[in-house]
Design a protein around this ligand. Structure first.
Ligand code: AVI
Length: 331
């Protein structure tokens, strides 16, 4: 019953490439150079991220999997069965089956901007869940998506459960995170639920080690963004003169990743010239961390009322179930 290849709704590659070009050129032209973190995830970047999730220092993935495993029964009771599960981001081979087993959905819709990654993620699920309609959508989930058109006939009215694991919400500035939550509410519709992973604030050494591991995988992940610009935008960033830095910003409750110039340098991207002084940085990622209060404030701002929160024994990570608020309440 799996219908992966046939239901892909393609995002025009040219449009995506034009957006990458525009955002990189704009980001490098700012006084404080910055490039949105979503451009990390070409094929190489996605592979490196998978490697990060297995690092000793990087606790979020295994902690969240632990919560989803240990609390599977409670989560199952809270979400009920028969909903259409919409996962924002290509499903992870480890997390998605935990939810599919718990929630017995009527269909599964993973949404991801990378068609290649989406196809790879769906193939094993199709084998494991031959009866489940799997409807991948290659799209930018930052915008509301009309998934009705993709669903098998008669399934348009089923209630939906959004799944957004991994604390990916933390990679957005609070304002953008709220916009995303609102757009998810629109994609999922009235009566929907959202199960979302959120990383918690914790001591600086634990956080900084998680984003600057001893094996240098996170450094390679960060540097791959510069390599991608060189590959795809005819860039000449000197990779050997850029160094990875991860630092906790207490005021904004976030880990920041930067690429730091090791010397004065000049380079080109798409024929445009840019300069960096020694010590100047390109800010490549924010990873916000939450306490109960800030998590709840963010969700309410995005139109979602928190219903239940599950944490691990060390309070490192939380999985929150929230309910879509009505338009009047969330305005
Ligand atoms: C995808 N995202 C939630 C990761 C994070 O922890 O912010 C990305 C990441 N960057 C460096 N390591 C992991």
């Amino acid at each position: 019953m799996a219908t992966a290849a046939s239901c892909l709704s393609e995002v025009p590659r040219d449009a995506l490439q034009a957006q990458f070009r525009a955002e990189v050129l704009q980001g490098l032209s700012q006084t404080r150079k910055a490039i949105p973190a979503r451009w990390f995830y070409d094929r190489r970047g996605s592979e490196l991220f998978e490697e990060i999730t297995r690092l000793d220092e990087y606790y979020p993935t295994r902690t969240e999997i632990g919560i989803l495993t240990d609390r599977q029964d409670e989560i199952a009771r809270a979400v009920g069965s028969g909903r259409v599960i919409v996962e924002f981001g290509a499903g992870s081979a480890t997390k998605t089956p935990l939810l599919l087993d718990a929630a017995a959905p009527s269909a599964y819709v993973p949404i991801d901007i990378s068609g290649d990654f989406l196809r790879d993620a769906c193939a094993p699920l199709e084998d494991c869940y031959p009866e489940l309609p799997i409807v991948p959508a290659e799209a930018d989930f930052m915008q509301p998506i009309a998934i009705d058109a993709l669903l098998p006939e008669g399934m348009e009215c089923e209630r939906r459960l959004g799944f957004f694991p991994g604390s990916t919400i933390g990679n957005m500035e609070p304002r953008a995170a709220i916009d995303l939550l609102r757009s998810m509410r629109e994609t999922l519709g009235p009566g929907s639920l959202l199960l979302i992973g959120m990383d918690r604030v914790k001591p600086r050494p634990v956080l900084e080690a998680a984003y600057d591991d001893a094996r240098g995988v996170t450094a390679a992940f960060n540097l791959n963004l510069a390599a991608r610009i060189n590959r795809e935008l005819d860039g000449s960033l000197p990779l050997d003169a850029l160094r990875h830095r991860a630092v906790w910003n207490d005021r904004h409750a976030r880990i920041e990743m930067h690429l730091v110039a090791q010397r004065d340098m000049g380079f080109e991207v798409c024929g445009r010239r840019f300069d960096m002084d020694e010590g100047e940085t390109i800010h490549t990622e924010n990873s916000h961390k939450y306490d109960m209060r800030s998590a709840s404030t963010l969700l309410l701002g995005g139109g979602w009322e928190p219903l239940s929160t599950w944490c691990d024994a060390d309070d490192r990570f939380m999985v929150v179930l929230a309910r879509a608020m009505s338009d009047e309440l969330s305005a």
